[in-house]
Write a protein that binds this ligand. Structure first.
Ligand code: NCD
Ligand code: ZN
Length: 356
C-alpha cells in the first residue's frame, strides 16, 4: 500500500457481507459497491429467500445485469439455511460453484429471517456436510429469544449457540458476521483460525446513544443494534489491530425512507455509497491507516482462500459533506429514496474514480 498526507493507494477491497435486494432496485444498489469493491458476498434474505441452486443462479444473473459498464464485479452467492434445506442442495450448490457459503439466520432475529433456523440442531446434518466439503458458514450471531435483552443477544449467542456448534464441528469454517461487542471480539481472538468476524463501518462509528440523539434516529437502527461505547472501542481496536481474524463486511442494508420512518421501522443501515471512506476515517482517527489495506483487501481473501486483488484503488484527502438523500435509479415517486449512513456529516477521504 502507498500512503501520503493526501493520498491512500490500496489493493482493491472486497465486501464480505452485503445486501443488494432485488428487482429494479438492483440498478440502484449494485453500482455504489461495484464502483469500489471487486467482489462481495451477497446475502440471501430476499422474499422469498434464496434456498435453491436455481434461485441463486438467477439472482446472480440479475445482479450481473445491473453492474454498470466498466465495473468488474463478482457477486458471491449464499444459501439461506432453513430448518429443512437438504444436504444435497447444499453439497451440489457448493460443488457447482453456485453457493459460495451458507447463511444462518436464527428465525426472527432480523430483517427477512422468518424462514430462518428455529433450532441449530435442526441443521446439524447440513453443517456436518459443510464441514466435510469446506463450505463456510456465515452466522447472524444473535439469539432470537425476546426474553433476552436486545443488547445482550449477541453475547448470549456466543455461549449458548456458537460454543456448542464449534465444539461439535471443530474444523468448520465460520464467520461471525457484523460483530458488535467486546465479548465477540475476545471470543474470535481466542478461537482457532477457522473462525473469523466481519466488522461494519457503522459499528465502528456509533454507539447506542446515536439512536436516541435528540429524538428517535431510525436511520441508525440496524441489527445487531449498536451497543455501549466500550464495545465500539473494542471493535475499533480489533479492526485496526492487524489481526487476520477481523475483516471488512459492510452489512450495507438499504430500506426506503418510508419503511425506516414507519412506527415499526426496518433494521438496516445503507452505507455502501461511502463505505470505504467511512472505514478510512476510522483508521485515520486510530492512527492506523497503514492497517487499512490488510483489513479491507487481504485478510478476507486469505480466510476464504481466494486470490488477493491485483488492481489498486485510491482515496484522496478531500473533506466533503455526505448527501442526505440517495435517489433510486427508477423511482416511481419523489419520496422513494434512501438516507445513507453519514448523511449530513463530513468525511475526510474520497474515492478517486479517475485513479488507474
Ligand atoms: C439486514 C437487512 O436489512 O437485510 N438488516 C440489518 O439491520 N443488518 C439484515 C441483517 O443483516 O441482519
Ligand atoms: Zn446483513
Amino acid at each position: 500500500m502507498h500512503l501520503t498526507q493526501d493520498r491512500i493507494i490500496i489493493r482493491q477491497p472486497d465486501d464480505w457481507h452485503l445486501h443488494l435486494r432485488d428487482g429494479d432496485a438492483l440498478k440502484t444498489f449494485v453500482a455504489p459497491t461495484s464502483r469500489v469493491f471487486r467482489r462481495a458476498i451477497v446475502m440471501p434474505n430476499l422474499q422469498p429467500p434464496i434456498t435453491s441452486i436455481q434461485s441463486a443462479i438467477d439472482y446472480r444473473e440479475r445482479i450481473l445485469d445491473a453492474v454498470p459498464e466498466g465495473d468488474l464485479f463478482t457477486p458471491l452467492m449464499t444459501a439461506y439455511l432453513t430448518d429443512d434445506l437438504s444436504v444435497e442442495v447444499i453439497r451440489e450448490g457448493f460443488q457447482r460453484g453456485v453457493f459460495f457459503a451458507a447463511k444462518l439466520y436464527p428465525a426472527n432475529s432480523t430483517t427477512n429471517s422468518e424462514a430462518g433456523v428455529t433450532t441449530i440442531e435442526n441443521i446439524y446434518s447440513v453443517v456436518e456436510t459443510m464441514e466435510e466439503i469446506g463450505m463456510p458458514l456465515l452466522i447472524h450471531g444473535e439469539v432470537a429469544d425476546h426474553s433476552i435483552d436486545i443488547f445482550d443477544r449477541e453475547a448470549v449467542f456466543l455461549e449458548s449457540h456458537l460454543q456448542p456448534l464449534l465444539k461439535r464441528f471443530p474444523t468448520l469454517r465460520v464467520v461471525l458476521e457484523h460483530i458488535t461487542t467486546e465479548e465477540a471480539v475476545e471470543y474470535v481472538q481466542n478461537s482457532s483460525a477457522s473462525l473469523a468476524a466481519t466488522i461494519t463501518p457503522h459499528h465502528l462509528h456509533i454507539n447506542r446513544n446515536a439512536l436516541f440523539n435528540g429524538g428517535l434516529r431510525s436511520d441508525l437502527f440496524c441489527l445487531p443494534v449498536a451497543k455501549r461505547e466500550r464495545h465500539r472501542i473494542a471493535l475499533r481496536q480489533a479492526a485496526t489491530s492487524g489481526e487476520p481474524c477481523f475483516f471488512l463486511g459492510t452489512d450495507s442494508a438499504p430500506h426506503l425512507r418510508e419503511f425506516k420512518e414507519s412506527s415499526c421501522g426496518c433494521a438496516g443501515i445503507f452505507n455502501a455509497p461511502n463505505a470505504i471512506e467511512s472505514y478510512a476515517q476510522v483508521f485515520e482517527e486510530e492512527g492506523a491507516l497503514d492497517q487499512l489495506e490488510a483489513f479491507s483487501s487481504v485478510f478476507g481473501p486469505n480466510f476464504y482462500g481466494l486470490p488477493i486483488n491485483e488492481k489498486r484503488i485510491s482515496l484522496v484527502k478531500n473533506p466533503h459533506i455526505i448527501s442526505s438523500r440517495f435517489e433510486l435509479v427508477k423511482a416511481d415517486n419523489p419520496f422513494e429514496f434512501i438516507v445513507p449512513f453519514h448523511a449530513g456529516e463530513t468525511l475526510n477521504w474520497s474515492f478517486d474514480p479517475n485513479f488507474i
